[in-house]
Design a protein around this ligand. Structure first.
Ligand code: AMP
Length: 304
């Protein structure tokens, strides 16, 4: 049986990261990069994105070796998207110091032949206009999921509203959820956001795990209790990439399958935090995922 592919649109970036442990510069990141790396353990991922002349060919080659189809990554004249973030000492919050769209400013996504039949679609964090352009080129997706961030919630609210109407699943962090809903209480905010269109919403809460809200109720998955937290950048994208990867692998989208997928997503995201940029994620194996997932299960099992 051929495995169902997952199409990912998002940013491919150079990140400058002011972490408590170090100031890391020109780190390869971006929502699509993290999501594809995480998803590649479960489903064949395809990326639609743009990079500049300065983006390392080795990164694309490495993704290719992991089974990620990078034929939809356009190399344009100019500089790659850049993001600069500064984390608080406890890593629980961060401030964006600078965002430079660069080649993303003029990007017109054009899906390679063969990508239009993608059954699974993850509209990663990127301008909602680009999310819509990609969505319009996919013929009959089985499942459409998206992420976004404060930058777009503040600046592109109307277009983001269009995206929300077309979603099966929205994956956001609690701050974004509150901002979208204009409500502080997470449960109420999730209900308000579900009314905007998505069939289900997953709320990522960093070290406090994640919540799923849908018509069947709510479900909670904890975060793996890490001893060494180095860099949370991309943890949210890794979470979403793994989540969508497992859904593509299973072929189902019911509450039960989602619960299982959320456990895997939480596990994969925890690895991301253990290294600067994609370092720890790139070293991930199935065995490591399995072992940590078993610990996560025990963590919330009340016993007999
Ligand atoms: P996360 O920590 O999961 O929220 O994702 C961090 C990644 O998102 C970084 O690698 C950034 O390059 C990327 N990023 C930051 N801001 C934006 C933005 N406005 N649009 C697209 N990607 C972004």
């Amino acid at each position: 049986m051929t495995r169902a592919p997952l199409l990912i649109v998002g940013s491919m970036a150079f990140d400058d990261l002011d972490l408590p442990s170090e100031k890391a510069r020109d780190v390869v990141g971006g929502s699509a990069t993290y999501a594809a790396l995480a998803a590649s353990h479960f489903a064949p991922a395809r990326i639609v994105a743009v990079v500049g002349e300065d983006f390392p060919a080795a990164t694309l080659e490495d993704l290719g070796k992991r089974g990620v189809d990078v034929s939809g990554v356009e190399r344009a004249k100019g500089r790659t998207f850049r993001w600069w973030g500064r984390y608080a000492d406890d890593l629980t919050s961060r401030t964006t110091l600078d965002t430079q769209l660069n080649v993303f400013a003029d990007f017109k996504p054009k899906l390679p032949a063969g990508f239009a039949d993608s059954p699974y679609l993850f509209l990663g964090n990127i301008h909602p206009a680009l999310q819509l352009e990609v969505l319009a080129q996919v013929r009959a997706p089985k499942l459409v999921a998206a992420d976004t961030m404060n930058f777009w919630i503040e600046g592109e609210r109307r277009l983001l509203g269009e995206v929300l109407k077309k979603l099966d699943l929205l994956v956001v962090n609690d701050e974004e959820l509150r901002q979208l809903a204009g409500v502080h209480n997470v449960t109420r905010a999730a209900r308000a956001v579900l009314a905007l269109g998505p069939k289900k919403v997953v709320v990522k809460r960093g070290e406090y795990g994640a919540l799923l809200f849908d018509a069947e109720g709510a479900f909670f998955v904890p975060a793996y209790p890490l001893e060494d937290e180095i860099d949370p950048t991309g943890a949210g994208d890794s979470f979403a990439g793994a989540l969508l990867g497992v859904l593509a692998e299973s072929g189902a989208f019911d509450h039960r399958t989602l619960r299982r997928a959320l456990h895997t997503a939480s596990t994969v995201a925890s690895f991301c935090v253990e290294g600067v940029g994609t370092k720890a994620l790139a070293a991930l194996t199935h065995e490591k995922i399995r072992t940590r997932q078993a610990v996560l299960r025990v963590l919330v099992h009340p016993g007999d």
